[in-house]
Design a protein around this ligand. Structure first.
Ligand code: FMN
Length: 327
């Protein structure tokens, strides 16, 4: 069966799960417009209410949830299964037992991968489809080369399973190029962050629109010392070298901070950012959300992909879908 039919999509466009930036409002708007709306990982009660919102506002569409493995607990998986979600997108990890459990509950499972080795592993777990992420993507990176350069290897690893391409998707032309190269669809994060319905802080959105470059760094790595792509702010000015690499002190602190991720409670974003300072090398992965003070923009990660340099402004999610899908 064609994956667009299987996922009940009108267009081959998916919105990436982006933690609390991608709540029910954004995912429901994308799903209503015929794309794959994906909830970012929220606390179980918030997930349940966001899932209800998608069902109310986008009846007949699938409900998809991103399970962000470094932070996921059993309660998140139980909530997805208990709420009967249709699709789970595994990010930054996974395993065969989890995929089997999701399959037993009738869930369609995608995994985001960035190397041939990761793609082979995800296929061995039994996933239904891959998302091939390129290095130009926003947020955390598994991608090590440009998305278009990785796509062929991902398709070969997928052995007939659908492959979606993530990274560098800002226009219908980008989607066309990906489809022509064999992708079944595209995944966009930054483009959907820059919509009315995303929960990113308004000043964060403005900074993205004004950005002249992005940086690949590990500076916001306290609790999750992985590579990520951001636009510059006071933190990167203070703690990154010109090429984005992280200066010694925060790099050292981040490298021993991994156990913190599994301890951080749900809904702790504001409490964490309240303590964070651009001058203090304890820099968590939390991004600034609407409702937080404007002054927090310079202490938090402003995730964005290279595609940000080609996105002219903020639109509705529906408009973003039509711009990405084309005529
Ligand atoms: C603000 C932001 C937050 C993200 N958060 C997540 C996340 O929680 N889980 C995940 O699997 N991917 C996350 N990503 C990565 C996306 O899945 C996707 O690979 C990326 O957005 C594609 O590149 P683009 O932003 O240029 O479209 C995030 C990306 C952005 C921009």
């Amino acid at each position: 069966m064609d994956v667009l039919d299987r996922l009940r999509l009108d267009v081959p466009v998916a919105q990436a799960g982006m933690s609390r930036i991608a709540g029910g409002r954004l995912a429901a708007a994308v799903a209503s417009a015929g794309g794959l709306g994906t909830l970012g990982m929220l606390s179980p009660p918030e997930l349940r209410s966001a899932i209800r919102r998608i069902r109310d506002e986008a009846p007949g569409r699938v409900v998809a949830v991103n399970v962000l493995m470094p932070f996921a607990h059993r309660r998140h998986v139980r909530t997805c299964i208990g709420s009967g979600v249709d699709v789970v997108v595994l990010g930054f990890g996974g395993n065969a037992a989890l995929v089997r459990e999701l399959h037993d509950a009738g869930v369609f499972v995608l995994a985001m991968v960035g190397t041939r080795g990761q793609a082979d592993a995800a296929v061995a777990w039994g996933v239904d489809a891959l998302i091939a992420q390129g290095r130009e993507a926003g947020g955390h990176l598994v991608g090590t080369v440009a998305a278009q350069d990785f796509l062929a290897a991902a398709i070969a690893a997928a052995r007939g399973r659908p492959v979606f391409l993530a990274g560098g998707i800002a226009t219908a032309a980008d989607t066309s190029v990906a489809l022509a190269a064999g992708a079944s669809g595209v995944v966009a994060g930054t483009r959907f962050l820059l919509t009315d319905e995303s929960a990113a802080h308004p000043e964060y959105k403005r900074r993205l629109l004004a950005a002249e470059t992005t940086l690949e760094t590990t500076v916001f790595g306290f609790g999750w010392p992985a590579r990520h792509r951001v636009v510059p702010n006071a933190v990167t000015e203070r703690w990154c070298r010109a090429d984005g690499s992280t200066r010694r002190l925060p790099a050292m602190i981040n490298s021993i901070s991994k156990p913190v991720a599994r301890l951080s409670p749900d809904n702790s974003e504001a409490a964490i950012l309240r303590l964070q300072r651009p001058t203090l090398p304890l820099l968590s992965p939390v991004a600034p959300l609407e409702g937080m003070p404007d002054t927090w923009i310079d202490r938090a990660a402003l995730y964005a992909g290279d595609s940000v340099l080609r996105i002219p402004g903020i639109t509705s999610a529906k408009q973003a879908i039509s711009e990405l899908a084309g005529p």
